[in-house]
Design a protein around this ligand. Structure first.
Ligand code: CAA
Ligand code: FAD
Length: 380
């Protein structure tokens, strides 16, 4: 067992760290305040190959392993969790799903521009009445011969306003329940496809979250991904991998807050000494460091298993469940260590606390991760 990163992985980590410090840190407070999508920064992420990290170079990707991906995600999320989720959705939901399951024609047409970051993508599974209960899809895709007629509403879609291509999950044969569900590639601008208003969120305010409305949208048959009825399995398989992206986002948020809290505790004085010399403060930092190290091990383990081509439904869910709890606990304590200064925007940790919460909700809530884990352990 080797816990050291390779030369190449260290280089990627450093490139992501430099990018986060130089390009994401300036303006992160203002983008959060104004809910401003980091357009220019996303363009630079594309240039660095961060939007299609694990995709084969023949489709415009960087051809890297999952460890490199989670290491880069952690560095980005340490500074800007909004940029991290934009990156995560494009890499581990959209590009990963297309690379594994799309036809060669679909890959050439859609994956190549997505992996190179020329355009970005979105993944639309959730609906107003189907979030955790994802098999209860109400959006319909009626089979009309050479096309499907798409009708319904998707909710909470990350990159919803900025994406060019959308993977949309919809029900074609309700009598077959989840075996009647299909996944489609839908383009922005098609007749009947409307993007709803931007959500005003607690955290990750730089990422744009929208509902999507489909009214008699004609989707060509060749835009269905995989065999008829494969859509739900497609979504579940893609989410198994996607969860390591969100787990590394959570890890990055925790690490970012911990580093700020440590520095602050070494500088801030009370009762004639730096506050880190009060055991109550030092023990908080000790707990943070320990929990973050444990979370990192779970994230790296899931990524290593992905690189080995193993089923990561259990390890990915464990990584997300634990890392998101560590992100929440760490950011709350980081605010506490900052005292009153932690409660204002200038010191970053209040934003991190707000950003951390979403990692316990999207790509399956913590309760859903426990369902996934408990089912996996029963199968053993
Ligand atoms: N991997 C692969 N297949 C899986 C699976 C997994 N982790 N979990 C379930 N399946 C398969 C099952 O094998 C079954 O298929 P078969 O009938 O062919 O065997 C099928 O899916 C249905 O499974 P269940 O009977 O277990 O279905 P369920 O309704 O009891 O529970 C669930 C399913 C696991 C709770 C699922 O609905 C789920 O994951 N819900 C959470 C949805 C979610 O994560 N949404 C995230 C949206 S994307 C997002 O959020 C992006 C973002 O924010 C940035
Ligand atoms: P519900 O499913 O209604 O759950 C409500 C509560 O009940 C939760 O605490 C939940 O854990 C609990 N609960 C539900 N069922 C059970 C059960 N069986 N056992 C125990 N507890 C249960 N979706 C996408 O498809 N694509 C995206 O890009 C995307 N981005 C998002 C971005 C943001 C900012 C947000 C807020 C959401 C995003 N989502 C996206 C949706 C997200 O995946 C869902 O919000 C999430 O899956 C939960 O669904 P829900 O909101 O309907 O909650």
């Amino acid at each position: 067992m080797n816990f050291n990163l390779s030369e190449e992985q260290l280089m990627i980590q450093q490139a992501a760290r430099d990018f986060a410090q130089n390009e994401l840190l300036p303006g992160v407070i203002e983008r959060d305040r104004d809910q401003k999508f980091p357009q220019e920064q996303v363009r630079k992420m594309a240039e660095l190959g961060f939007l299609g990290m694990m995709v084969d170079p023949k489709y415009g990707g960087a051809g890297l392993d999952a460890i490199s991906y989670v290491v880069a995600m952690e560095e980005i999320a340490k500074v800007d969790a909004s940029a991290a989720v934009i990156m995560s959705v494009n890499n581990s939901l959209v590009c990963a799903g297309l690379e594994k399951y799309a036809s060669e024609d679909q890959k050439m047409k859609y994956l190549a521009p997505l992996a190179s970051g020329e355009v970005i993508g979105a993944f639309a599974l959730s609906e107003p009445e189907a979030g955790s209960d994802a098999t209860s899809q109400k959006t319909t895709a009626e089979d009309k011969g050479d096309y499907y007629l798409l009708n319904g509403t998707k909710n909470w879609i990350t990159n919803g306003g900025t994406a060019q291509y959308y993977i949309v999950i919809a029900q074609t044969n309700p009598e077959k329940r989840h075996h009647g569900i299909n996944a489609f590639i839908v383009e922005k601008g098609w007749d009947g496809f409307q993007v709803g208003p931007k959500e005003d969120k607690l955290g990750i305010r730089g990422s744009d979250t929208h509902s999507l409305l489909f009214t008699d949208v004609k989707v060509p048959k060749e835009n269905r991904i995989g065999e008829d009825g494969f859509g739900f399995k497609f979504a579940m398989n893609v989410l198994n991998g996607g969860r390591i992206g969100i787990a590394s986002q959570a890890l990055g948020i925790a690490e970012g807050a911990y580093q700020l809290a440590l520095k602050y505790a070494q500088e801030r004085k009370s009762f004639g000494t730096e506050i880190i010399n009060h055991q109550a403060v030092a023990f908080k930092l000790a707990d943070m460091a320990t929990e973050i190290a444990a979370a990192r091990m779970l994230v790296w383990k899931a990524a290593a298993e992905k690189d080995e081509g193993r089923d990561i439904s259990e390890s990915g869910a464990m990584a997300k469940l634990y890392a998101s709890k560590v992100a929440m606990d760490t950011t709350v304590e980081a605010v506490q260590i900052h005292g009153g200064y932690g409660y204002v925007k200038e010191y970053h940790v209040e934003r991190m606390m707000r950003d951390a919460k979403i990692t316990q909700i999207y790509e399956g809530t913590s309760e859903i991760q426990k369902i996934v884990i408990s089912r996996a352990i029963q199968k053993k």
